[in-house]
Design a protein around this ligand. Structure first.
Ligand SMILES: *[C@@H]1O[C@H](CO)[C@@H](O)[C@H](O)[C@H]1NC(C)=O
Ligand SMILES: *[C@@H]1O[C@H](CO)[C@@H](O)[C@H](O)[C@H]1NC(C)=O
Length: 274
């Protein structure tokens, strides 16, 4: 009788534990800020359960924008590819070894521009469900800036630094030979192309004297500054074609004169010696 009582007690305890585990409430915790990814990169969209329950037996669904666009569905202990929308085929996964600790983050490979936007992560335990959202911003870093020189109608010489295919407006910085920031003298124009990406032009007037200019374009989003592009322009008005010819002729004249004088002196010395 005693033994039986102990046994039923532990059965009850086991039942209670399982029941407790399956009805336990949880939150899905997403990131507190937007996620940034460069075009073509792989990115992790973080989400985890709090408390960190084992999510292996749960249903995890990542959707984009509306509930119809299934990015990934995990159900019955496996990924259900048949529900995934075409745009994400072969590019998504969970971290299987992390599910046990409630980490339901999504791995997204080879980020496309169209991947940007709102995501929701829904987790259901059978008795309880919760979700989290996050925003993915896909950044495109523009082309290498190219610098060209032009002269306006009123004889003003100016440099124009252009770059295209930026997803967000970059910060433009002009510096001269001494590293001085001369950006305040420049004017910026931004146009949107057919793809929705930005074409950026910055124009700066320059003086007719030797100088070296750099034009730095840098994405101003929260990520580090490595996504910047720079162009350099050496402005040297004195090394134009004509001035080279002029200085060459000048040098020839000087040399010839020196040689003539030397020769003349030698001739005079020789004639005196005679
Ligand atoms: C979830 O797992 C991934 C891959 O190991 C890791 O990068 C991420 O930091 C984890 N997230 C949390 C909240 O532990
Ligand atoms: C980035 O630049 C844009 C336009 O110049 C500005 O509206 C935005 O606030 C800037 N963002 C940051 C994080 O500095």
């Amino acid at each position: 009788m005693k033994v039986q009582k102990g046994w039923s007690c532990s059965v009850f305890f086991l039942f209670y534990m399982t029941h407790f585990a399956w009805t336990q409430k949880f939150d899905v915790i997403g990131p507190s800020t937007d996620i940034f990814a460069l075009l073509g990169e792989d990115v992790t969209l973080p989400a985890s359960l709090s408390p960190p329950l084992n999510a292996q037996g749960f249903e995890v669904m990542w959707v984009q924008k509306d509930l119809q666009s299934v990015v990934l569905l995990y159900q019955d202990f496996r990924i259900r590819n048949e529900y995934q929308i075409q745009a994400f085929k072969g590019r998504t996964s969970l971290f299987p070894e992390e599910l046990v600790s409630g980490n339901v983050s999504l791995r997204l490979q080879d980020v496309h521009i169209s991947d940007g936007g709102l995501y929701r992560c829904l987790v259901a335990s059978g008795q309880w469900n919760e979700d989290a959202h996050l925003t993915l911003n896909v950044e495109v870093v523009g082309t290498q800036p190219s610098i060209s020189i032009s002269t306006t109608e009123d004889q003003q010489t100016r440099l124009e630094c252009s770059s295209e295919k930026w997803s967000s407006q970059p910060e433009v910085t002009w510096r001269d030979m001494n590293g001085v920031d001369v950006t305040s003298q420049s004017t910026l124009t931004v146009q949107r192309d057919d793809e929705g990406l930005l074409r950026v032009n910055s124009v700066i007037p320059i003086k007719w004297e030797f100088n070296v200019f750099s034009c730095l374009m840098r994405s101003n989003t929260t990520r580090p500054a490595y996504q910047s592009k720079m162009g350099v322009y050496v402005f040297s008005p004195n090394v134009s074609g004509w001035s080279v010819v002029f200085w060459l002729l000048m040098a020839l004249c000087v040399t010839a004169t020196v040689l003539l004088i030397l020769k003349w002196r030698r001739m005079r010395r020789e004639s005196r010696n005679c």
